[in-house]
Design a protein around this ligand. Sequence first.
Ligand code: GRG
Length: 321
Amino acid sequence: MNIVTSVQPEGQTTGNARSFAARLSEVAVEIDALLSRLLDDGPRGAPAMPPRLLEAMRYASLGQGKRFRPFLVVETAALFGVPRENALMAGAALECVHCYSLVHDDLPAMDDDELRRGRPTVHRRFDEATAILAGDGLLTFAFDILSRPETSVDPAVRVKLVSSLALAAGPGGMVGGQMLDLAAEGRFEEGGQRLDEAQIRRLQGMKTGALIRFAASAGAILADIDDERSAALRRYGALIGEAFQIADDLLDIDGEAALLGKAVHKDAEAGKATLVGLLGVEAARKRLASLTSEARAALEPFGAAATSLKEAAEFVANRRR
Ligand code: GRG
């Protein structure tokens, strides 16, 4: 399970940083327990899942994930007084989509990775067909979760959550970004092309940013609020989404595989289009710092109520895992 010290932003030892780490860890524990129960109960009104599929879906979704996206859902929902149980349901659904994307990203046809979250990837632990189906199962299960009354008593809110997550995860979001990413590596017959900064930002905004933007918007959707406060959260989500990817690319260069629980130095080898590759490490670090301060500034309308979300922006920039 996530341990408080392992998620503490590097170099921060203040009381605030500790309490941020504790809050992140608390959400991780709650999400793990909820996901475990939801998976064991299975899809509503459907026959029991085949045991191997259930085992693979549990393996893919429970354990060492940081649960950063559910944390954003819970914290943005708290700004509007949304009951925590509702936010956790939305966070669990989002985590299912995130975990599916990791399982499929690790497949031999994609990044062909052996390690994820410190243990064998799903296709290594099981087999490729099971990994594909476990990913498919998690993706579709997410929408089952979102459409339940335990997520929101208001059917219109549930529909908005379903459509927003579908847009974020789908061909105009994460899936489309993944396609652009593979194309830029030169995987297809049209060959790779060197992307400029705007193209890389678009790709990353789809591949990584879309789910993080959804996470930051989910609280306002759950509260059925659409005003300048939800716009501020969307802006915050866009800024930390970009920061998250830059931090990830920097970790591929200077991170520790043991802490990250996955291989490093893969981006350059694969010819991935990254801002770090295009601009260089120093410029990327500067961009990361300015994104972090812009993200904090975007939260000003919420004052002290958004302290933990401001700390989340720092965490994104300073994380070592
Ligand atoms: C296969 C449709 C499809 C999409 C794949 C997830 C993804 C899109 C690509 C993974 C490549 C990658 C490492 C992207 C960087 C951002 C990212 C998703 C990092 C992993 O997320 P964390 O750090 O992981 O939140 P944990 O394990 O903590 O949940």
